[in-house]
Write a protein that binds this ligand. Sequence first.
Ligand SMILES: Nc1nc2c(ncn2[C@@H]2O[C@H](COP(=O)(O)OP(=O)(O)OP(=O)(O)O)[C@@H](O)[C@H]2O)c(=O)[nH]1
Ligand SMILES: C[C@H](OP(=O)(O)O)C(=O)O
Length: 218
Amino acid sequence: MEVLVPFSADRPKSRLADTLSPSERAAFARTMLADVLAAIGDAGGSPRILATDGFDPTDEPTVPLDPPVTVDDRPLTDAVNAVLEERRPGGEGDPLAVVMADLALATPAALRELFAAGRDADVAVVPGRGGGTNALVVSHPRFRVDYHGASYLDHRRIAADVGAGFAAVDSHRLGTDIDETDDLAEVLIHGEGQAATWLREAGFALDASEGRVAVVRE
Ligand SMILES: Nc1nc2c(ncn2[C@@H]2O[C@H](COP(=O)(O)OP(=O)(O)OP(=O)(O)O)[C@@H](O)[C@H]2O)c(=O)[nH]1
Ligand SMILES: C[C@H](OP(=O)(O)O)C(=O)O
C-alpha cells in the first residue's frame, strides 16, 4: 500500500519549544520520521514523504528506504488533498494511507492492522488522543481530509457526507502522537527505535516520583 508521510521540515514540533531547542526539535522530529518510515517498510508499505519546503534527505539521521519525496509548501490539508486528487483522476484508485511522522511508537504489526482495516472500509481512521487523526486509509474517491482541531470527528462526518463506509481503528501505538513534553514519557516507556535512543542520549529519563509519570532531563 502506498503510504504518504507528511513531514513539517521548516518549524517542526513547536509545542516542544519549552523542552528542546530548535535544532534539537529538528533532530528529534527526524528520528521519529526515520522510525515511522522503517515501520512502514517492515509492514510492507511503500512510503512517500510529503514535506514542506526545507526538507533535506541527507540530514542525519538519514531516512531509511530512500523514499520518494514530494515537496509542497501549502498547509497540511491542502497538500494531502492534492495527492488524493492527483491519484484519482477517473474517480477510482488504490487505497492511500496517510501516516503522520510523529508516531514514534509505530510498529509494523500496528500498521498492518491499519492497512487491513483500510482494505475493508472506504475510510479507516486511527484517532489520536484529543480527537486528532494520526493515520488513515482512504479508498473512497470523494473523501477529502480536513486536519487540525477535532479532525477525527470531521473525518467521520466527511465520510458520511460522501457516502463512504467508515471504520475507527483502535490502536495505542498509532494513537499516540508525540506533540507535548509529557508525550516524551511514552517514547521512553514504549519506543524501540531511534527516537527513544535520541531522547536517552539527550539526557531524558522517566520521573515516576509523583503523580503521572513524566520526563526529566539530567
Ligand atoms: N507536509 C506537511 N506536513 C505537516 C505540516 N504541518 C504538520 N505536518 C506534519 O503532520 C504531522 C502532524 O503534525 P502536527 O503535530 O499537527 O504539527 P507539528 O508541526 O509536528 O508540531 P507543532 O508545531 O507542535 O504543531 C507531523 O508528521 C508533521 O510533521 C504541513 O504544513 N505540511
Ligand atoms: C494533523 C493534526 O494534528 P494536531 O494539530 O491535532 O496535532 C490532526 O490530527 O488533525
